[in-house]
Design a protein around this ligand. Structure first.
Ligand SMILES: NC(=O)c1ccc[n+]([C@@H]2O[C@H](COP(=O)([O-])OP(=O)(O)OC[C@H]3O[C@@H](n4cnc5c(N)ncnc54)[C@H](O)[C@@H]3O)[C@@H](O)[C@H]2O)c1
Ligand SMILES: CC(C)[C@H](C(=O)O)[C@@H](O)C(=O)O
Ligand SMILES: [Mg+2]
Length: 355
């Protein structure tokens, strides 16, 4: 009997280092990916971001978007300038580049795991930490909600100005992300928390609530909980061990995951994947943090979030063992951190060396 050996062709990786600390942390993620990955990546680098925009006026040309779609995955650093930077029109890179990629590539699951690794320092008290392990994942809807750009401004700049941002929620969009969250809960500790604000946002809230109840019938083995977004802020600070899988809309997920990062060792450790579960387009992996203009270019950024995002990328491409190995090595590195302020590249080197 013969065995067919398929030559392993390299996977195509689109790399968008972006702005600020983006290029610094992406360099370390690539360093680690190179050592950890059982497959070779053929990289295409894209100089998208503030510099290109300021030099050429281009944000994400259609031809570049079409090219990016031909890749197997995308690794992104961060985009954006200083908040309210006068040289950049508001949201030009956030909406025009980052969200455009998430929307065009149908990244409807924005997956943001939060785990307090041993060695990572949480600002929570011992009493709170004693309640149980912090290990949850936020499934943030990535293609709808307040992020769709459904709004406008009338009588702009006058005392009678009116500005709107209308949240768009479709039954189709909510159901697919809720179903994904239930699937993840089933593979974890079988608890799902829907987060919304059904007491005030009665239209969108009702849609999310009804769909979650309906989908729950297909998952009788998963316990369903509901919390208003404001109460989630309380429990993140007082009892985060209660969470397993959180499913929520785009804006609430954005806010929850910065706080979740803060309680699990800081924003420098928080990884994310913008997942297209149907695999019609490449998924994109990036740290939760932004371009951190306050520390850019100084080798002060922690590249761990970018490195853990590369692990999510490997996992998504079917290399769960390699991904788990990166997590393990990060854990070892974290447990030996002594607060001595290693440079960005030193952290990347240390993690790559352990691999
Ligand atoms: N995914 C993205 O590309 C993304 C995400 C968030 C914000 N942004 C953009 O980034 C810019 C800055 O936004 P911001 O200041 O609100 O958020 P930010 O996440 O860039 O920074 C917030 C704080 O966290 C610190 N920080 C962030 N990442 C760190 C790291 N890896 N190591 C150590 N410290 C780190 C920063 O120094 C800063 O003090 C804005 O233009 C914003 O729109 C982009
Ligand atoms: C930069 C911005 C568009 C983005 C978001 O709001 O999704 C960021 O804050 C994030 O969390 O990835
Ligand atoms: Mg955010």
């Amino acid at each position: 009997m013969g065995v067919t050996v398929h030559p392993t062709s390299p996977l195509r990786l689109a790399v968008i280092p972006g702005d600020g600390i983006g290029p610094e942390v992406t360099a370390e993620a690539l360093k680690v990916l190179e050592v950890a990955s059982p497959v070779k990546f053929e990289q295409t680098r894209y100089d998208l971001g503030a510099e290109r925009y300021l030099a050429t006026g281009e944000v994400l040309p259609d031809s570049v978007l079409a090219e990016i779609k031909e890749h197997d995955a995308i690794l992104l650093g961060a985009v954006g300038g200083k908040p309210n930077d006068p040289n950049l029109p508001p949201g030009i890179l956030e909406r025009g580049l980052l969200l455009k990629l998430r929307f065009e590539l149908d990244h409807y699951v924005n997956l943001r795991p939060s785990k307090l690794f041993p060695g990572a320092v949480s600002p929570l008290s011992d009493a709170v930490l004693g309640k149980g392990e912090i290990d949850f994942v936020v499934v943030r809807e990535g293609t709808e909600g307040l992020y769709v750009g459904n709004g406008g401004s009338m009588r702009t700049g006058t005392p009678a100005e009116v500005a709107t941002e209308v949240s768009l929620n479709t039954a189709y969009g909510v159901e697919r992300v809720v179903r994904d969250a239930f699937e993840r809960a089933r593979r974890r500790r079988r608890k799902l928390t829907l987060v919304h604000k059904t007491n005030v946002l009665v239209n969108a809230g009702s849609l999310w609530w009804r769909i979650t109840q309906d989908v729950a019938r297909d998952y009788p083995d998963v316990a369903v909980d509901y919390l208003h977004i404001d109460a989630v802020m309380i429990f993140m600070a007082t009892d985060p061990a209660r969470f397993d899988v959180i499913v929520t809309d785009n804006i609430f997920g954005d806010i929850i995951t910065d706080l979740a990062a803060a309680i699990t060792g800081g924003i420098g450790l928080a990884a994310s994947g913008n997942i297209n579960p149907d695999r019609t387009y490449p998924s994109m992996f990036e740290p939760v943090h932004g371009s951190a203009p306050d520390i850019a270019g100084q080798q002060k950024a922690d590249p761990t979030a970018a490195i853990l995002s590369a692990a999510l990328l490997l996992d998504h491409l079917g290399h769960a063992d390699a991904a788990a190995r990166i997590d393990e090595v990060v854990l070892a590195d974290l447990s030996e951190r002594d607060g001595s302020g290693r440079r960005t590249a030193e952290i990347g080197d240390a993690i790559a060396a352990r691999l």
